[in-house]
Every structure is written in structure tokens, then in C-alpha cells.
Design a protein around this ligand. Structure first.
Ligand SMILES: Nc1ncnc2c1ncn2[C@@H]1O[C@H](COP(=O)(O)OP(=O)(O)OP(=O)(O)O)[C@@H](O)[C@H]1O
Ligand SMILES: [Mg+2]
Length: 310
């Protein structure tokens, strides 16, 4: 990661549990024309949803973009990994219930120039039940986001491992679906159910939703299995797949126990480098159209006589 620099003194050694200083890349990342809202979903548990959410969000923030992570999982793993308090305070649950304005539950993430988090809390476990009787129960998150989404370039919603009302709310609120796929034997099992839910939400609730991004996680290039899964996903989703797999790497799994992302915990480790590359690729794909393929060599102005432009 040649372009990673710390702008402030400080930083953290692996034994710190606090991030000191602000990390920013020397070379910034492309800003999208409008806010890109991603739902990170896969109802299979433990495939790397949260790890992918927090590390891509952190990397984009280091690239100079304004990023918000919404922890929509009662487990609160994204809140933990980003080091924001979340146990006994108001969070996304209170917003969904209409008890708190969304602006009052946004927290800053230490160590990043522009990374915010709306934490989960334990009450979120009641949301699936309590939402059922509410008016427009699938659209609560979408409606809440209207007020703050213009403040960000990227919003990532980390979903629980289920296709219940919380995930439906996330799919209804997002423009893009990001599916992390773990490169292991049952990787594609259950994907059809997720794609079916995606299709229903797109048809009934959110015609703008697109499955735009697939990220391979816990990849082990030495095994035939990882390579076979990658080839299989590539053949089904050639445009959606980001062809930079995230390696299985111990530093990635250690980082949350220090309330950090791997981007600060060990920025030069293979996992951090891969997440940085994936984030840059996501930002490149989201560039405003007129910035893509711009080549100054093909701009050709023919001058007529008298300085008049043809
Ligand atoms: N690239 C990686 N290398 C090593 N371990 C990883 C990697 N990615 C994730 N893990 C570990 O795998 C476990 C599951 O990851 P994670 O919590 O991100 O999955 P998840 O899909 O969010 O899980 P859940 O379905 O419970 O929300 C965690 O212990 C995490 O630290
Ligand atoms: Mg998770």
C-alpha cells in the first residue's frame, strides 16, 4: 500500500486499543456524483459482512470521502469494530421505532477524518417483532435516511444474517447491494434465496436497487476450493465481482478485539491492502460518468480563421 500515509503523528501499535491520530491516504479516492447507499447482506452467518463493511468504509474515509456505517445487526459487531459505544445508548433501533431523530444517534469514529457510525444496541433484537405492526414497516430506515444521506458520499448498512424485516429495511433504503461471499464449500448455498429477496424488494419496494458488487472473502489462493469458488462466482457475476479477493488473514480477525478496523490495526498487512484495493475499485466504479475514460489526447479543438472555434 505505497500510498498510505499518516497525516498526524501518532498512529497505533498492535497492542493499543485506541486509535491515535487521523489516517488519510496521499492519493484521494473518486467522489461519486451523489450518495451511494450500499446494503451489505448475505443471510449466511460469518461470511465477512461486518468485516467487509467496516474495512471498506474505513478505507474510503482514508481516501477522503465522507462515510457512514449503519449497524443494523443486533450483535453490534460493526459498532464494536469501529470502537463506538453501543450497549446502553440510543441507536438505530430507536430511530426505526420513531423515538429518536437520526441525527441524534450518529457517532464519530476515532482515527478517521470523516467516518461516522450509527450503532446498533441490544434492543435492536426486538425490532423484527416490534416493526411488524408499524405503518410502512419496510420503509422505516429509508425514510429516516432522507435527512442525513446528503451529508455523505457513501453509506454502508451492515445486515444481520437473516432475511427478516431489518434486512428488508436495508434493501429498501439502499441503491446498491453488496454481497460478500466466503470462498468455501457452501459459499453459493443460500445465494438463490438472497437473490429472490432482492428481486422481490426491487419489484415491490425499491426499483432503484441494483446488485452492483460482490466481494470474495477469506480467500486462500493455495487451495483449489477457493479458486474454484472464485471461478464459479466470476462466471455467474462477471460485472459485479470485484476481482481482488480478500485473503484469509489473521490480522483481519484480530482487529475487532482491539475495537479497530484492520486499516488502522495493521495497515500494511495483506488483508488491509486488499480491502484498500477493493475500496478504490468501488470508488472508481462509482465515478461520475463524465470522469470515466476521459482522455485529454482525444480532445481536439479545430480553430478556424479569426480565432473562431469550429
Ligand atoms: N479475511 C479474513 N481473514 C480472517 N478472518 C476473517 C476474515 N474476514 C472475516 N474474518 C473473521 O470471520 C468471522 C466472521 O466475520 P464477520 O463477523 O465479518 O462475518 P458476518 O457475515 O458479519 O457474520 P454475521 O453473519 O454473524 O454477522 C469473524 O471472526 C471475523 O473476524
Ligand atoms: Mg456481521
Amino acid at each position: 500500500m505505497a500510498d498510505s500515509r499518516e497525516t498526524n503523528s501518532g498512529g497505533s501499535s498492535s497492542s493499543d486499543n485506541k486509535v491515535v491520530g487521523v489516517r488519510r491516504l496521499k492519493e484521494s479516492m473518486a467522489k461519486p456524483a451523489s450518495t451511494r447507499i450500499f446494503t451489505v447482506a448475505n443471510q449466511k452467518g460469518g461470511v465477512g459482512k461486518t468485516t467487509t463493511t467496516v474495512n471498506i468504509a474505513a478505507a474510503l474515509s482514508m481516501g477522503g470521502l465522507r462515510v457512514l456505517v449503519i449497524d443494523l445487526d443486533p450483535q453490534g459487531n460493526a459498532s464494536t469494530a469501529l470502537g463506538v459505544p453501543h450497549r446502553d445508548i440510543a441507536g438505530i433501533y430507536d430511530v426505526l421505532m420513531g423515538d429518536e431523530p437520526i441525527t441524534s444517534v450518529v457517532q464519530k469514529v476515532a482515527g478517521f477524518p470523516s467516518l461516522d457510525c450509527i450503532p446498533s444496541n441490544s434492543s435492536l433484537a426486538n425490532a423484527e417483532v416490534n416493526l411488524v405492526s408499524m405503518v410502512a414497516r419496510e420503509l422505516r430506515l429509508k425514510e429516516a435516511l432522507v435527512e442525513i444521506s446528503p451529508n455523505y458520499d457513501y453509506i454502508f448498512i451492515d445486515c444481520p444474517p437473516s432475511l427478516g424485516l431489518l434486512t428488508i429495511n436495508a434493501l429498501a433504503a439502499a441503491r446498491e447491494l453488496l454481497i460478500p461471499i466466503q470462498t468455501e464449500y457452501y459459499a453459493l448455498e443460500g445465494l438463490s434465496q438472497l437473490l429472490e429477496t432482492y428481486g422481490i424488494v426491487k419489484k415491490r419496494l425499491n426499483a432503484n436497487l441494483e446488485l452492483s458488487t460482490i466481494v470474495l472473502t477469506m480467500f486462500d489462493g493455495r487451495t483449489r476450493l477457493s479458486n474454484d469458488v472464485a471461478a464459479n462466482v466470476r462466471s455467474h457475476f462477471p460485472n459485479e465481482l470485484i476481482d481482488i479477493p480478500i485473503p484469509r488473514a489473521v490480522r483481519v480477525s484480530e482487529a475487532p478485539s482491539y475495537n479497530q478496523t484492520v486499516m488502522t490495526y495493521d495497515p500494511l498487512s495483506p488483508g488491509a491492502i486488499a480491502y484498500m484495493q477493493v475500496a478504490r475499485e468501488i470508488a472508481e466504479r462509482g465515478k461520475p460518468k463524465d470522469e470515466i475514460n476521459f482522455d485529454s489526447n482525444v480532445v481536439n479543438i479545430n480553430y478556424k480563421r479569426d480565432g473562431e472555434i469550429a
